[in-house]
Ligand binder design. Structure first.
Ligand SMILES: *Cc1c(COP(=O)(O)O)cnc(C)c1O
Length: 419
């Protein structure tokens, strides 16, 4: 990494040898003064794949042409629409096909999974999570705990960074799990923390949770499509994610769920039921008595929101063509280059609070400013940079390997160095 250079020609040279460079062409870029913005917000809302409008039009035509018969006769029959996603999603999260399903949205799925996996009994009632988790996750845990009659201050164990630190020590997480022992029901962590960009070792945390008899679940909002995952091999019990961040599936896009097959294939494992989770052969018999189909798909309640899944389809195709391994390789170089350049800036006073170890992060870097943070952010915006502002003083930037270039990264540096 020390061989990087801080020049536009050098950055453009890296783009020329980047095998993923052509994928940029598959996305729409917002415009600023007649050219593409420098878009670093793929961790918040991914860009629109150009194929989306074509595929959406096709779906509308199928509806116009077939009406209800589109359930069978549409190019992608709506009756089994959710099934078109499992294989591609399974590759992205490292699962067996039956272990994943695209459904609902993230916080809803988190609650549904907790209804299955958080069932306090015999003194085992605690939930362990990272302090400073995304607010929606905090609200979800708080109300789940209350629903079972517990006090969140007692039942939720939060692991915080040590005094003066920004990221959490892995050993503190593992020690806290061991210490909670048989009072612990579920460990639920983000795969990547949304604020600091810290990646938590899912494999080790899962093993630690299992060692005390607790379930391990993960909110992968900032990990999916960002870091290669191996949920099945890591024996993760359950996970969920949204698709509008790195998965580029549009605002409010359909979420995803992973449930390990040992629960998915157990018809007696509790899940809230709806007709779409029922086994297919009896789904339309309209009889009493829920019989779950195999796998994560049995957590589905309603039929698939087809129009909300069109962008997901377009985007997963792109991921399939690019490959998670290739994406990670580029991601490490791209983010490494960004880090190299940011460390050269002497005119601004800030600290990168994302871990410098590439094993402990994805593509995002979070800069904590000593002062002038908001002013710097506004200057970036005025210069055609789309980044993300977080109170009190953090700018998050995420160079996304699917569509960001080394030139984008260099230009961010150049704009920042002229402030
Ligand atoms: C983005 C994000 C959410 C958003 O939840 P929705 O239900 O999709 O609105 C929740 N949790 C985390 C960790 C996130 O990063």
């Amino acid at each position: 990494m020390s061989s990087f250079e801080a020049s536009l020609e050098y950055a453009q040279g890296l783009d020329q040898t980047d095998i993923l460079f052509p994928f940029r062409e598959r996305f729409h870029f917002p415009q600023h003064e007649g050219r593409d913005v420098y878009y670093f917000c793929g961790n918040s809302l991914g860009l629109q794949p150009k194929m989306v409008s074509y595929l959406m039009q096709k779906e509308l035509e199928d509806w116009a042409k077939h009406g209800v018969e589109g359930h069978f006769n549409a190019a992608m029959p709506w009756l089994s629409y959710h099934k078109f996603f499992a294989e591609r999603l399974a590759k992205i999260v490292g699962a067996v096909k039956d272990e994943v399903v695209a459904m609902n949205t993230l916080t809803v799925n988190l609650h549904l999974l907790l209804l299955s996996f958080y069932r306090p009994q015999n003194g085992r009632y605690k939930i362990l999570m990272e302090a400073g988790a995304f607010p929606s996750d905090q609200y979800a845990m708080e109300t789940q705990v209350r629903m079972h009659g517990f006090d969140p201050y007692d039942a939720i164990i939060e692991i915080a960074p040590r005094e003066g630190a920004h990221t959490i020590e892995e050993s503190d997480i593992l020690d806290a799990i061991a210490h909670a022992g048989d009072s612990l029901a579920v460990v639920i962590m983000g795969g990547v923390n949304y604020y600091t960009g810290q990646y938590f070792d899912i494999n080790k945390i899962t093993a630690a949770a299992h060692a005390v008899g607790a379930y391990a679940g993960f909110d992968l909002a900032h990990a999916v499509g960002n870091i290669p995952l191996h949920l099945h091999d890591w024996h993760v019990d359950f996970a969920c994610w949204c698709s509008y961040k790195y998965l580029n599936s549009g605002p409010g896009g359909v979420g995803g769920v992973y449930v390990h097959e040992k629960y998915g294939n157990d018809p007696y494992f509790f899940r809230l039921a709806g007709w779409w989770g029922n086994e297919e052969k009896t789904r339309f018999k309209m009889q009493k008595g829920f019989i779950p189909q195999k796998g994560a798909a049995s957590w589905q309640m309603s039929n698939a929101p087809v129009f909300n899944m069109v962008a997901h389809n377009a985007s997963l195709d792109i991921f399939d063509k690019a490959g998670m391994k290739e994406l990670q390789e580029k991601s490490r170089r791209l983010t490494g280059y960004l880090e190299f350049l940011l460390k050269k800036l002497t005119n601004l006073s800030f600290e990168i609070i994302t871990p410098s170890d590439p094993e402990q992060r994805g593509c995002q870097l979070s800069m904590l400013f000593a002062d002038r943070g908001r002013e710097i952010f506004d200057t970036l915006t005025a210069n055609g940079v789309i980044a993300d502002w977080r109170e009190p003083n953090v700018i998050r930037v995420a160079p996304v390997p699917l569509y960001n270039t080394f030139e984008d990264v260099y230009m961010l540096y150049e704009i920042m160095s002229s402030i």
